[in-house]
Design a protein around this ligand. Structure first.
Ligand code: SF4
Length: 181
């Protein structure tokens, strides 16, 4: 997008169809419309400046907590949490957030609070990347590599009493882990 419309004003002035011609092939077709609307708002109401706070970003169309976190962390280099499915799984296991089956809203609140609290000051960008990669490569959905996981001593999902929940949910996966590794 940078090459086509390097500024918010350029993007706002572009025909919506031209924007969607770029974004629609990426999937999730409403994305182009939101992007165009955001460019209009930022241009007309914010002097061309994207908000740099969570609240400001969440007020824009199509921006939820995840996207706001990604903008704050990756684009603006702030120590803001990002919870994607990989981070959700990793943090939920580490702190055993699912064990008492809390309401989704409460679990989500704890999840985001923990993801924020874990960030080492001034290292949010790298830490968030590492957390996502760790969840994708080590703490995987079905065969997490627990035996070789450096977080194992701290992991409530691995250690009793959470371990019995793990075995109930996934079976005794030790054999699978040995085979995998
Ligand atoms: S010990 Fe297993 S469940 Fe816990 S963080 Fe490591 S890979 Fe994930």
């Amino acid at each position: 997008m940078n090459g086509c419309w390097p500024t918010f004003a350029d993007l706002a002035a572009a025909p919506l169809d031209a924007v969607k011609a770029v974004t629609d092939p990426l999937g999730y077709h409403v994305r182009g419309t939101w992007l165009h609307r955001i460019a209009e708002i930022v241009t007309d109401e914010r002097n061309g400046q994207l908000p740099n706070t969570l609240e400001g970003l969440l007020a824009l169309p199509g921006i939820g907590r995840y996207t706001a976190g990604a903008v704050l962390s990756f684009a603006l280099q702030q120590d803001a949490p990002i919870v994607d499915t990989n981070v959700d799984r990793l943090v939920s296991r580490l702190f055993n957030l699912r064990v008492a089956r809390p309401p989704a809203a409460l679990r989500g609140k704890r999840l985001w609070a923990l993801a924020a609290a874990l960030i080492p000051p001034d290292h949010g960008y790298l830490f968030n990347q590492a957390l996502m990669d760790f969840g994708a490569q080590i703490c995987t959905p079905y065969k997490p590599i627990c035996l070789f996981c450096p977080l194992r001593p701290h992991c409530q999902w691995w250690n009793p009493p959470a371990r019995r929940w793990r075995d109930l949910l996934y079976g005794s996966c030790l054999t699978d882990i040995h085979l995998k590794c």
